[in-house]
Design a protein around this ligand. Structure first.
Ligand code: AKG
Ligand code: FE2
Length: 297
């Protein structure tokens, strides 16, 4: 097999290369998505390099990546499972959707979603939410309310491409079900989502949240709640308090770079025991769109 160099990595040259401006407006060279591509080892070295980078920044714990599962068929994109411990875990599929198709979704969502930037209440003060948002949900569900804001609920039928994305999620997560979707648009470096957990009662104690990202890649950071903040400390499965205090702080933080066309799934007790954020990043100049699919019980 022939290899060519792309962004410092050797990749098989049988894959087509295409160009698209990246979020800083620079020409970006990308391998046109071929689903078999993710199995050739490049995916891993790319990820490991990134993890080492984050490790340098003391944000990534390499030891917690417990499995890089082999795809069940050569067409399935490879997935990584990150065990956060105590019944919480993440799944990350970097090449979940094909690269060009992901840009088609991005353009559609950017143009057709009725984005709003609502005023929300944080610590008793009103402020403009630092990103655009929209909410889509099946009819008859309990309304979503967060930070004193109750978004208008749009219908799935208004935006048919959302159903295509949902179908793609069901293919990689058989048995899962989602009936609502929160969309976020980050218009540049200073848009962000602050530390929070999606632990609203309407999602139940162990919500599964499937998060698809398009456009400018951004860091997604998770931090373990202090034991008194989560009810996990009360279950007694994390050992005596003295032992808990000794735990290395690296185990309490995780960071991932969510790529264009990727899927991140948060499962188990992740919302009960962890908080997450998409921090401001000086270099993230372009627009990013993120979709979080959820199940309202
Ligand atoms: O943009 C993201 O990746 C995360 C968004 C998020 O955490 C949320 O909508 O609750
Ligand atoms: Fe969230």
């Amino acid at each position: 097999m022939w290899f060519s160099s792309q962004n410092g990595f050797l990749v098989p040259s049988l894959f087509n290369v295409s160009y698209r401006k990246n979020c800083s407006g620079h020409k970006l060279k990308e391998v046109t998505d071929s689903d078999t591509f993710s199995d050739n080892g490049k995916d891993d070295s790319d990820t490991k390099k990134r993890f080492h980078y984050h490790q340098d920044q003391r944000r990534m714990s390499l030891t917690s990546i417990v499995a890089v599962e082999s795809p069940s068929s050569s067409n399935a994109p490879s997935r990584k499972t990150i065990d956060l411990g105590h019944g919480s875990d993440l799944i990350y599929i970097q090449r979940f959707l094909p690269f060009q198709q992901s840009w088609t979704f991005f353009d559609y969502l950017d143009k057709h979603i009725p984005w709003t930037r609502p005023t929300i209440r944080v610590f008793g003060r009103s402020c403009l939410q630092p990103r655009d948002t929209c909410y889509v949900a099946s009819s008859g569900l309990t309304a979503l309310v967060y930070s004193g804001y109750r978004p208008t609920s749009y219908s799935w039928d208004d935006f048919p491409p959302l159903k295509e994305i949902l179908d793609a999620i069901y293919k990689v997560l058989p048995g899962s079900r989602f009936n609502s979707l929160l969309l976020n648009r980050y218009k540049g470096a200073s848009d962000y989502v602050a530390w929070h957990a999606d632990d609203e009662k309407i999602y139940g104690p162990t919500p599964e949240i499937a998060s698809v990202s398009f456009g400018c890649e951004r860091d997604f950071v998770l931090k373990k709640k202090k034991d008194e903040e989560s009810s996990q400390g009360k279950t007694g499965d994390s050992g005596p308090a003295k032992k808990r205090l000794k735990r290395s702080s690296r185990e309490d933080q995780q960071s991932l770079t969510l790529k264009h066309g990727s899927l991140l799934v948060m499962r188990g007790y992740t919302q009960r025991d962890w908080i997450h954020s998409v921090p401001k990043r000086a270099k993230a100049e372009g627009t990013r769109i993120n979709l979080t699919f959820r199940l309202v019980l």
